[in-house]
Design a protein around this ligand. Structure first.
Ligand code: NAD
Ligand code: IPM
Ligand code: MN
Length: 368
């Protein structure tokens, strides 16, 4: 029997609603796999934790995460006005999410942008642009760059306010994420798109220098260089040209949300945040305060993150495939949550119904 301890950090906004579906799915997977048991440990994280304990990543939660084999996170964050109720450094992004990433050094963030035929009608792109479908992998460096550099807010001698935020990387950080890019490209189509801004940023100049050193070890991978601003355009005009795209933290934040845009919703963007010893899994989207509490959020990003966890942390490749297939079947049957299902033919379902249908579809797959 393999017992896996999973820390569940539901978080804020739609986090608990989508996490509920993830738990349903995990219980179904457990029932289908007699050799596997999940020990699910819920812990407070985000604004909800701050209001209850004064800390958005409390010591008890840290202990549960330290003990876990993998961490499943929902979403954190408040809307613009409400976030002012929390001191800047305890706000869930700075006080919980970035410390989580740093604690487990989850430097490799995989954000698949995947639009198979079953989902193609959700995309705002024209069918001729989508072609056979979209299937690319954004690999985002997650623990460096502007996010983690030195920050200073102050006033100069004349009382004028200023801010300084440093974009910092050392060569090891760059090499590590580039290796992940090359290795992923090797497993896929052997093409790596390097996204950078070396026409302005010195950080990109160093990044590209190191890329040339790393590339020597991967002679079978073809590297294509694209400036980040142009990459944003190509993602809309010809996403099919991309397979694996590697980039620094901030570029990856922005382009991966654009990935959600070309798919048709941020509700279609799961992710894996991989560290040397521990990984955590989360939707790429936020807490969606505008729709929270209504049971209408799309739980695909969350359940897709479960599929990534099954595959990447627990070696359950076949069951992960079954889960992707189950989710695609729900869409192929014409259903969709309101972010997707627009127009007369749409069969609208809510968050809970989507979770239930995924479980039903999963149970149609032969047991592993
Ligand atoms: P957001 O991703 O929460 O929402 C942007 C838009 O996408 C909204 O209209 C929302 O309704 C929609 N959306 C997002 N996920 C959806 C889903 N699963 N189903 C249907 N619609 C969905 O981004 P935002 O509004 O800019 O940020 C809200 C809060 O979330 C902020 O506090 C931000 O810091 C936080 N945030 C957290 C994470 C995280 O937990 N990893 C990621 C991004 C943003
Ligand atoms: C994401 C989010 C986070 C980020 C925020 C909430 C700190 O936007 O995971 O994409 O910018 O990394
Ligand atoms: Mn983001």
């Amino acid at each position: 029997m393999n017992t896996y301890k999973i820390a569940l950090l539901a978080g804020d906004g739609i986090g608990p609603e989508v996490m509920k579906q993830a738990v349903k799915v995990l219980k179904a997977v457990e029932a289908r796999n007699p050799e596997v048991a999940f020990e699910l440990n819920e812990a407070l994280f985000g604004a909800v934790a701050y209001f209850e304990t004064g800390k958005s990543f409390p010591a008890e939660t840290i202990a549960i995460c330290d003990e876990a084999d993998a961490i499943l996170k929902g979403t954190i964050g408040l809307n613009h006005e409400d976030s002012k109720k929390i001191p800047v450094d305890e706000q869930p992004e700075r006080g919980a999410l970035l410390p989580l990433r740093r604690r487990y050094n989850t430097y490799a963030n995989f954000r698949p942008v995947y639009l198979p035929q079953e989902l193609a009608h959700f995309s705002p792109l024209k069918p001729e642009v989508i072609g056979e479908g979209i299937d690319l992998m954004i690999i985002r460096e997650l623990v460096g760059g502007l996010y983690f550099g030195e920050k200073e807010v102050g006033k100069d001698d004349n009382g004028k306010r200023y801010v300084r935020e440093v974009l910092e990387y050392d060569e090891d950080q760059i090499r590590d994420i580039l290796k992940v890019g090359f290795e992923t490209a090797q497993r896929r189509k052997k093409v790596l798109h390097n996204i950078h801004k070396s026409n302005v940023l010195k950080s990109s100049v160093l990044w590209n220098e190191i890329l040339e050193e790393v590339a020597v070890d991967y002679p079978d991978v073809e590297v294509k260089h694209i400036l980040v601003d142009a990459a944003a355009t190509y993602l809309c005009l010809n996403p099919g040209q991309f397979d694996v795209m590697v980039m620094e933290n901030m570029f990856g934040d922005i382009l991966s949300d654009q990935g959600g845009g070309i798919l048709g919703s941020l509700g279609l963007m799961p992710s894996a945040c991989v560290g040397p010893e521990k990984s955590y899994y989360e939707p790429s989207h936020g807490s969606a305060p505008d729709i929270a509490g209504k049971n209408i959020a799309n739980p695909y990003s969350m359940i897709g993150s479960v599929a990534l966890m099954l595959e990447m942390s627990f070696g359950m490749e076949q069951e992960a495939k079954n889960l992707w297939h189950a989710m695609k079947s729900v869409f192929a049957n014409g259903y969709g949550t309101p972010d997707l299902a627009k127009g007369e033919d749409a069969k609208l379902i809510d968050t809970d119904a989507f979770g239930d249908m995924v479980v039903d579809e999963l149970n149609k797959a032969p047991r592993v």
